[in-house]
Design a protein around this ligand. Structure first.
Ligand SMILES: C[S@@+](CC[C@H](N)C(=O)[O-])C[C@H]1O[C@@H](n2cnc3c(N)ncnc32)[C@H](O)[C@@H]1O
Length: 234
């Protein structure tokens, strides 16, 4: 009988922010797979390192950080083949996903390749969106507010159009786009409504006013939250 693939949300960084369900499954599967840098570590694995059973089989899916989609798509083809073979052999497999698997998570590329032929269960995780709000003490939205999630790589015109008149926004994938995004937020008069956090809930977390972030200092794992009223409750 073929095995089950679990897309496990492991939360935003604090190892205690994993769900009981994800923890139980993590400790019961035959194979644990996770995305990793082409020549480096895996954040998802680091988050659960203390929970990993000794000796469990591991598989690092090494994804090149390129703008073009194709090298990464080949990596997912290869990974899907490898995981598909394990499932066909009856193994149960967990794929670790930082935050939640279906909130901008790369797990969806494996899901898209494997869901037709294999049994897959997606286990939601604590997303960075809610973790950032918690750490910033800044509720995301209230009542009939609209909340938009904006990837920072969008150009200024697209970001301005979507920020125009919006109640609340989360700008993700900030990283090297920080100086441009900060200047845009300034031009839109939203600087005093914006909050910045990097690596929320991790030991290296930093919360800073926007103008205190070094120009080239924002890591990929940083997020800016904006609420037009300043506080969602007001
Ligand atoms: C590709 S998305 C993946 C989101 C993830 N699946 C989730 O549910 O949070 C990556 C972006 O999420 C945001 N992010 C993820 N973890 C974060 C954290 N611990 N602190 C701040 N932002 C984070 C950053 O903006 C980062 O560029």
């Amino acid at each position: 009988m073929s095995g089950t693939l679990y897309g496990l949300g492991v939360g935003p960084g604090d190892p205690e922010l994993i769900t009981l369900k994800a923890l139980r499954l993590l400790q019961s599967v035959d194979l644990v797979a996770y995305p990793a840098l082409e020549h480096g570590d895996s954040l998802a694995r680091a988050i659960v390192a203390e929970h990993l059973p000794a000796g469990v089989e591991e598989y690092a899916i090494r994804v090149p950080m390129k703008v073009e989609r194709f090298p990464a798509q080949e990596v997912y083809d290869t990974a899907a083949e490898r995981l598909g073979a394990a499932l066909d052999a009856g193994q149960s497999v967990a794929v670790l996903c930082e935050g939640d698997p279906f909130f901008y998570g790369s797990f969806m590329y494996l899901f898209g390749r494997l869901a037709e032929r294999h049994r897959i269960e997606v286990v939601p995780g604590v997303s960075s969106l809610t973790a950032c709000a918690a750490r910033l003490g800044s509720p995301l939205a209230a009542r009939n507010d609209t909340l938009v999630v904006l990837p920072a790589p969008l150009d200024d015109a697209a970001l301005s159009a979507r920020l125009d008149g919006v109640d609340a926004a989360a700008i993700i994938k900030v990283g090297r786009h920080f100086p441009r995004v900060r200047a845009l937020i300034d031009r839109l008069g939203l600087t005093d409504r914006a909050r910045y956090v990097e690596r929320a809930t991790m030991q290296t977390e930093r919360i800073l006013p926007l103008d205190a972030v070094e120009v080239d200092g924002a890591p990929y794992f940083s997020t800016i939250l904006i609420h037009r009223r300043g506080e969602a409750w007001s």
